[in-house]
Design a protein around this ligand. Structure first.
Ligand SMILES: C[S@@+](CC[C@H](N)C(=O)[O-])C[C@H]1O[C@@H](n2cnc3c(N)ncnc32)[C@H](O)[C@@H]1O
Length: 227
């Protein structure tokens, strides 16, 4: 099974913060799949100071997440960063409302499932964007020969990831609901939006706003039912 790898780079963190700031004319909400040390959640937090957006971040239970949640408290970002623990295919079902930014950065082989849930449940706002990192899998989405320098011990992992991500990218392109843009930045960043007119056609213009002052999570913040 393919796992997850790295937090995104400081450069990408800067870019996403900047992106949030530039798109801050209205309140916004961020959903993240894959918290890890909380680095990207902090980037969303910084970028949404003006709008005080809620940031919902999902990850698996374990020591890492216990520490990350402690850290969120210590640095005082737990006012807006809500951590939800459990397998994302399950926890995504607890998440309600709409998000302007959805960042999929967990187990890459499940990105198709995560995207499907986000589209099907209308978690992605009408003008929102889904961002996916590592879409080049270190160049290996194009083929093993495209990265002769890949670390030998990690090569099998990245080659398998390359094949998986390539298939996912093709399936995104074939999806009639969405527009897809693969940016050749860092390890490859894909941005997905609703195809123009699709949402209006689907919901007869009954869009709902992402932030209403209530949590986007159905009462649970740790996957155990405790608040
Ligand atoms: C690449 S790291 C996230 C990095 C983080 N977004 C950042 O940039 O700082 C991926 C995370 O996804 C989590 N993950 C892997 N499989 C998962 C699953 N099925 N459900 C939820 N989280 C998962 C891992 O535990 C890991 O912490």
């Amino acid at each position: 099974m393919l796992g997850s790898v790295l937090p995104f780079s400081p450069e990408l963190a800067d870019r996403v913060s900047e992106y949030c700031e530039k798109h801050s004319e209205h309140e916004s909400a961020v959903l993240e799949v894959g918290t890890f040390t909380g680095f990207s959640a902090l980037a969303w937090y910084e970028g949404t100071k003006a709008t005080q957006a809620e940031i919902v971040t999902l990850d698996l239970p374990g020591d890492m997440m216990d520490k990350t949640r402690e850290f969120f408290k210590e640095v005082g970002v737990d006012d807006r960063v809500k951590s939800v623990v459990g397998p994302a295919v399950e926890t995504l079902k607890e998440v309600e409302s709409e998000f302007d930014i959805i960042f999929l950065d967990a187990d890459k082989q499940n990105n198709g499932t995560y995207l499907e849930i986000c589209l099907e449940k209308r978690l992605l706002a009408g003008d929102g964007v889904v961002i996916l990192d590592n879409m080049f899998a270190r160049g290996l989405t194009m083929g093993p020969e495209f990265n002769p320098h890949a670390d030998k011990s990690r090569r099998p992992f990245w080659e398998a990831m390359g094949v998986t991500i390539r298939k996912l990218n093709v399936s995104f392109l074939e999806d009639p609901r969405i527009d897809v843009l693969l940016l050749p930045l860092f390890d490859g960043v894909t941005m997905i939006k609703w195809k123009e007119g699709y949402v209006e056609g689907k919901v007869n213009g009954e869009g709902k706003k992402a932030v209403d002052g209530k949590s986007k999570v159905d009462g649970k913040q740790d996957g155990s039912g405790k608040k």
